[in-house]
Structure formats: structure tokens, C-alpha cells
Design a protein around this ligand. Structure first.
Ligand SMILES: *[C@@H]1O[C@H](CO)[C@@H](O)[C@H](O)[C@H]1NC(C)=O
Ligand SMILES: *[C@@H]1O[C@H](CO)[C@@H](O)[C@H](O)[C@H]1NC(C)=O
Ligand SMILES: *[C@@H]1O[C@H](CO)[C@@H](O)[C@H](O)[C@H]1NC(C)=O
Ligand SMILES: *[C@@H]1O[C@H](CO)[C@@H](O)[C@H](O)[C@H]1NC(C)=O
Length: 506
């Protein structure tokens, strides 16, 4: 079982909705409900709210939000294929494209959105409004619904023992043989549950910009110092996005605190609590970023990771306060589709970033050498299915590489790390890098580890006083001893206390 788990660290999925750039561009009407204080409402599963206001906007190239007059009022990005983030009016509007389960299959409608979340674009916003949008056609009227079936990929081989769970995610049974598990594992990259489009190809490397930065960098060894946190194991839960994003935040905390704050955060908190991603069925680092900006998270020990989809959202700490937030999040380049090698290198100067990659079977064999897949290019130039942390880059024997930290335990790769060919979008690593930065520890509610620090400081002080007392007492004692009157000292002590109490009683 453990061996199978170790072999099957799945992998991002996402919602069934898949909408292309070209079909999203154009005019939309946003229907927005009232801002309310309950910020934990899950707009996606709530009944449609009453519209309090409507806005007509245009989502224009490359990432501009225009008003009715064509004036730029904000920016937007696709959230992979599955959703959209709009920043305007000092607010962040986030939602998924419309999808629906029809029998065993799903339909998606790229002229509609699910009901999503709108908030002040600040850390820990106090209010939330639910909203949804409908595309406006060329005739200026709302477009008719245009549902279309979601293409499901066909299993390559039906001779092994697996099943699809209610969400359509392929699961492995505990009883299966190792061979069967490997067979499934090898087919995962080619046949995940829904056919996913190829992410936008990266922009060509700007060599002049690239040349401005050091030839190499490694956050796991910056002049002898390691700014990464432990190599984790996500087990059989599609939570790579949580590990990629949290490892980035943990490293940024270390970097931004100059090595002072070395803490693991609670990935289970995202898996169990976030409504912006899909628990063990996947998600993206930007969705974790949005959740952390809005709600923050807790330390690892507060909600230890159990790789479980259905673990209820609740922490085991006595008084959990979600204090670790991020100030901003997004795609390298500013929006989905704007990534490039030089921009990734530029962002890496500030700290590690989560990157999306394609897992093909040969990645399992990666050790210390620079990895390039042994599979033909068509097998991996498909769509991303995994997220890891990018911790550095360099060049070895004339070959440029990226250095990644995976969440498949230290048994994978080079003690959990690996080097991937850099510069030609190998396993799509340059197609959609994400950033979560800076880390914001919301003031007034101190982090529990800061509280601990405070506690130890106080304890230290108290200890010091105690030691001084003891030293003093033993000196007294020694003096008494030297006079051969230990019992007398004790009497004096208790007598003093009694008389003291008597005085207070007066
Ligand atoms: C860290 O980097 C230094 C050079 O900067 C190197 O001498 C040392 O061996 C490295 N340490 C590890 C653990 O790789
Ligand atoms: C988008 O708009 C927000 C809010 O005005 C701003 O903070 C952010 O930098 C903008 N992003 C891009 C890529 O322009
Ligand atoms: C990978 O696929 C994309 C999109 O289909 C294509 O533009 C690109 O040239 C391909 N790259 C390689 C190396 O085959
Ligand atoms: C990418 O670079 C590697 C290493 O230089 C090379 O072996 C490989 O053929 C290149 N792949 C493509 C698709 O250009």
C-alpha cells in the first residue's frame, strides 16, 4: 500500500470547464449580490443571490478590462482553463466557467460563469459578495446558453483495477498489484480524466533581460544557507498545488524574515477548507494565493496533513487564528499566457515560485542528472498535470537547467530535488509559473510561533528570576548551613509567609 502510494502521487485535475482565450474575449454583464460580512460563504454552492448591481465590461487583449466607453478600468487573467480573475474597482472577482454534471458526463458553457466570489482586493477583506456573469453577443443582448459536452479522455488500457470516483477522478484500489499500479501510473499523463488544452506556449526568452541576472541561483543553498522547508509527501491526494504554493510561502517567509521564521504551514487547511480549489482533486497555486490573501492559514502542527479529501475544515489548535496571508498572487508575466524563461529567472531572485509541469513515466527515474524526458515529445507536449516548487537555476556542462523541489518524499530524485532542462519548455515547465508574494502576517493576532517565542521569553525571564532566587536562597542557605541552622531558615521562611498573609488579612 505504501509503495503504491509512493508511486502514485496524483496530480492536478481541475474543474471540467475548459474555456479558450478567444471565446472569453468580449463583453460580459456581471450580476453582483450585496456585500455581506460572512466571508466564508461558498458562493459556488449557494443558490443564486439577488442582484444588487450589474456592471457591463469587456475582457480585452491581452489582459485589459474596459468599461462601456472602452476606457481601461482594470485587468484580468484566465485561471488556467477553468476560471477567471478580474481586478477592477479595487475588488477581486473570481469564479469558474460554468459546468454541470449531466448523467455520467459533464457539460460546460463558456458564455456563463458559476456563481463566484467578489471582495475588496486587500489582505483579509471583511466582506464578500457573490456574483456571476453572462456573455453579451454581437447584437448587444445576453448570449443564449451554449452548453457543450466535456471531452473525457479514454483510458489507454482497461486491464487494470481502478475506478472513477464521483468526481470522475481515477482512483487506485488498495488491493491492486504493483504492476497494475505502475500501468495506471504510466498512463496518467496521457489519460487523465478530462481532455485538457495545451497551456499557452511561453514567450521567447528575452536574452538581454536574462543576462542581467546571475548565471545561477539556488534557494536551497544560498551561500551555504537553505531557504527551503522540508521535502514533503503529498501521498495519494491531488494536492500538489497546495504543496507547491505552501512551499513557496514557507520559503518566502524564511527569506523575508532573513532566516528567522522557519515554519511549515498546514496544507490540509487548504485541502479541507478552500472553496477556490478542488481538495484532493486538484487546483492551482494562484487559487491557493487568493485563498491565503482572503483567509490566511495556520501552522502545519495546527492541522497536520492526512492526504484526505473529506477531513472536515477545522483545526486542532485550541485557538486557531489564520494569520499567514499573501499580499498578492498571480501568473509570472502578469496573466496566464505571459510567462517566459527570463521573467521566471527575474521572479526567482525574490524567492521560489510554484511551476506547472507534465509528469511522464521517465520523471520517476530522475536522479542527479539534468532531466529531459525519454518519451517522444508528443507524449509530454500535451498539458500540465503536476505542480512543483522552482527553487533555482543554473548551467552545467553547457546545459541550462531549472532546479525543482517535488512533493513525492525524499526518495524521489536527488533527495526530493531535481534538475530539468531549461530554455525550451521541457515538460511545459516554462508555460505557466505562478507567484505568491509577499507573505503578510496579519498584525494584532500574533502567530502562534511568535506567541511561543513570547512565552519562552517570559519563561526565560521568570526562569532567570527563579535562578536568581535559588542562587540567593542557596547563598542564604549556605550561610545558614555554615552556621548550622538550616531548620531555622525554613522556619524563618514560613513564618515570614504567615505573617505576610496575616498582614493582608488585616
Ligand atoms: C552549497 O554551495 C557551496 C558553494 O556556494 C558549495 O561549496 C557547497 O558544497 C554547497 N552545499 C551543498 C549542500 O550542496
Ligand atoms: C491588475 O490590477 C491590480 C489592481 O489595480 C494591480 O494591483 C495589479 O498590479 C494589476 N496587474 C497587472 C498584471 O497589471
Ligand atoms: C508543443 O505544442 C505546441 C502547441 O500545440 C506547439 O506550438 C509547440 O511547437 C510544440 N512544441 C514542441 C517542442 O513540439
Ligand atoms: C530541448 O533541449 C534539450 C537539451 O538541450 C534537447 O536535448 C532537446 O532536444 C530540446 N528539445 C526541443 C523540443 O527542442
Amino acid at each position: 500500500m505504501n509503495l503504491i502510494l509512493a508511486l502514485l502521487p496524483l496530480i492536478i485535475c481541475d474543474t471540467p470547464a475548459k474555456c479558450e482565450y478567444e471565446e472569453i474575449l468580449g463583453k460580459w454583464t456581471l450580476s453582483i449580490g450585496a456585500m455581506e460580512a460572512d466571508t466564508l460563504r461558498d458562493c459556488q454552492t449557494l443558490a443564486p443571490v439577488t442582484t444588487a448591481s450589474t456592471i457591463e465590461i469587456e475582457l480585452a487583449k491581452p489582459n485589459l478590462v474596459l468599461d462601456k466607453e472602452g476606457t481601461t478600468i482594470g485587468n484580468w487573467t484566465r485561471v488556467s482553463w477553468e476560471g477567471v480573475s478580474i481586478f477592477m474597482d479595487k475588488k477581486h472577482y473570481f469564479t469558474f466557467w460554468k459546468y454541470e454534471k449531466k448523467g455520467e458526463d459533464f457539460v460546460t458553457d463558456c458564455t456563463r460563469t458559476m456563481q463566484g466570489w467578489a471582495r475588496e482586493d486587500v489582505v483579509a477583506p471583511k466582506e464578500l459578495a457573490c456574483w456571476s456573469a453572462i456573455k453579451i453577443g454581437n447584437n448587444g443582448k445576453s448570449e443564449q446558453p451554449a452548453p457543450r459536452p466535456v471531452e473525457r479522455s479514454i483510458p489507454q488500457n482497461k486491464n487494470y483495477d481502478y475506478f472513477y470516483n464521483s468526481e470522475g477522478v481515477r482512483m487506485v484500489t488498495d488491493t491492486m498489484t504493483l504492476e497494475a499500479a505502475v500501468a495506471i501510473d504510466e498512463s496518467i499523463a496521457r489519460s487523465t480524466r478530462f481532455v485538457r488544452p495545451h497551456p499557452p506556449s511561453p514567450r521567447p526568452t528575452n536574452e538581454a533581460r536574462l543576462a542581467q541576472f546571475p548565471k545561477s541561483l539556488d534557494w536551497s543553498n544560498m551561500t551555504g544557507r537553505d531557504y527551503t522547508t522540508p521535502v514533503y509527501n503529498q501521498f495519494q491526494c491531488g494536492s500538489c498545488y497546495a504543496f507547491g504554493a505552501y512551499s513557496a510561502v514557507e520559503s518566502r517567509l524564511l527569506i523575508e524574515s532573513k532566516g528567522e521564521i522557519d515554519v511549515s504551514l498546514a496544507m490540509q487547511d487548504i485541502v479541507s477548507c478552500s472553496t477556490y480549489s478542488q481538495k484532493c482533486d486538484g487546483g492551482y497555486a494562484v487559487e491557493v494565493g487568493a485563498w491565503l490573501k482572503d483567509h490566511g492559514t495556520v501552522e502545519y502542527k495546527c492541522f497536520p496533513y492526512e492526504a484526505l479529501n473529506d477531513l472536515p475544515c477545522g483545526q486542532k489548535c485550541t485557538q486557531p487564528v489564520r494569520t499567514v496571508h499573501v499580499g498578492s498572487f498571480g501568473y509570472v508575466g502578469g496573466y496566464y499566457g505571459a510567462c517566459s524563461e527570463d521573467l521566471m529567472v527575474e521572479e526567482l531572485q525574490k524567492g521560489p515560485i510554484p511551476v506547472n509541469i507534465v509528469v511522464v513515466p521517465s520523471l520517476k527515474q530522475l536522479k542527479t542528472e539534468i532531466y529531459y524526458p525519454t518519451e517522444p515529445v508528443e507524449e509530454w507536449n500535451t498539458s500540465v498535470n503536476h505542480i512543483v516548487l522552482l527553487v533555482g537555476y543554473g548551467e552545467e556542462g553547457g546545459q541550462k537547467y531549472w532546479k525543482i523541489k517535488n512533493s513525492w518524499d525524499t526518495t524521489w530524485g536527488d533527495s526530493g530535488y531535481g534538475k530539468i532542462v531549461r530554455g525550451n519548455n521541457t515538460i511545459l515547465i516554462e508555460s505557466m509559473a505562478e507567484v505568491l508574494s509577499p507573505v503578510v502576517v496579519v498584525p494584532k493576532k500574533a502567530l502562534s510561533f511568535l506567541k511561543l517565542l513570547e512565552f519562552w521569553l517570559m519563561a526565560g525571564l521568570a526562569g532567570l528570576v527563579f535562578v536568581m532566587l535559588v542562587v540567593c536562597m542557596s547563598l542564604c542557605c549556605a550561610r545558614q548551613h555554615s552556621k548550622g541552622k538550616k531548620s531555622q531558615y525554613q522556619k524563618i521562611g514560613s513564618a515570614g509567609k504567615d505573617s505576610g498573609r496575616a498582614r493582608y488579612a488585616d
